[in-house]
Design a protein around this ligand. Structure first.
Ligand code: SF4
Length: 312
């Protein structure tokens, strides 16, 4: 199956871009075939800069949409259109538009984990790695912020920037489960461990972190390092962390507490819907294509390009 996928990617001039949270098999396949394993914005940017005619996205629906927004002339396929995200699902465009209308004096800043329509409505699209610097910049310009959809990331940015922000009440079902009390107990068992936390996690968990950062920052934190790391993000990231570290010991942060049937089940069910069987069918039959209204694409490009120009 893997060989057939490799041949089809070549034959159809297609590139596979994978998120850090999909299976190790898909991450390796993307890298071995000239694609990339990365975060959602970098996946889309890589697809745009490649000479491929088809971008195959192993991730969730909003990642396919972001790739299509940056490459409207290319065919963008996802492995399963039902693979979505609680942040995307929890921020429907009608309710969000109402929220924006009620707060029309505020600059709309949205996280990358949103639908194309929400991105089109926004002034800025940000990633977890860029959110704090963008909001600090906007604060310096005297702007008040309307933030969506992740309340935990929003709270983290608000606390660290002192910006005037109102927050949409969304959350990631994976990160929200991390438990501070169990994490404290785990740290007592491993006193030398460094705690790495993604900012989509609850405040009490973030407060215990040695480093709060994006997926890329969490991977960079273990590069060439040995020692013990407790990691509060989706465990799909362990594959890249193991590759870049120097035999570091990686432990999942507890997400269900010690009375539950497992101590940590930090893996996104929607990311787990991606697999090689679906990849083969998708590329072979060119199914699960992402189509977006061109007017939405133009508006969403505007808010994403603001971030790309800012990070330059
Ligand atoms: S891990 Fe969380 S933020 Fe990422 S796709 Fe799953 S639900 Fe969405």
């Amino acid at each position: 199956m893997i060989e057939e996928i490799k041949q089809l990617l070549k034959q159809k001039n297609a590139v596979l871009v994978a998120h850090y949270y999909v299976s190790p098999e898909l991450q390796d396949l993307a890298e071995e075939t000239g694609g990339i394993t990365s975060d959602s914005l970098e996946m889309a940017r890589f697809g745009k800069n490649s000479s491929a005619d088809i971008i195959v996205v192993a991730g969730v629906k909003f990642m396919g949409e972001t790739a299509k927004i940056l490459s409207p002339e290319k065919k963008v396929l996802v492995l399963d259109k039902n693979a979505t995200c609680s942040l995307d699902e929890g921020c429907p465009i009608d309710e969000f538009s109402k929220f924006c209308d009620e707060n029309s004096n505020r600059t709309i800043v949205v996280y990358a984990n949103t639908s194309a329509e929400i991105k089109a409505k926004a002034d800025w699209v940000v990633t977890s790695g860029s959110a704090l610097s963008v909001v600090k910049h906007l604060k310096q310009q005297g702007e008040k912020i309307l933030w969506a959809p992740d309340k935990h990331l929003g709270y983290y940015v608000k606390t660290n920037s002192n910006a005037d922000m109102i927050l949409w009440d969304g959350h990631c079902v994976v990160h929200e489960k991390f438990k501070a009390d169990s994490l404290k107990q785990l740290k007592q068992k491993h006193p030398s461990a460094t705690i790495l936390v993604h900012p989509e996690s609850p405040k009490a968990v973030i407060e215990l972190a040695d480093l709060v950062g994006s997926t890329t920052a969490i991977i960079d934190a273990v590069r060439n390092k040995s020692g013990i790391f407790i990691v509060a993000t989706d465990n799909g990231i362990f594959h890249q962390m193991q590759k870049v570290s120097n035999n570091a010991t990686l432990i999942e942060a507890p997400s269900r507490g010690y009375a539950a049937d497992c101590e940590s089940c930090a893996h996104c069910d929607w990311m787990a819907m991606n697999n090689t069987e679906k990849l083969l069918l998708t590329i072979k039959n060119e199914i699960n294509e992402i189509n977006i209204d061109p007017k939405i694409i133009t508006k969403a490009q505007h808010s994403i390009n603001r971030l790309l120009n800012f990070t330059k």
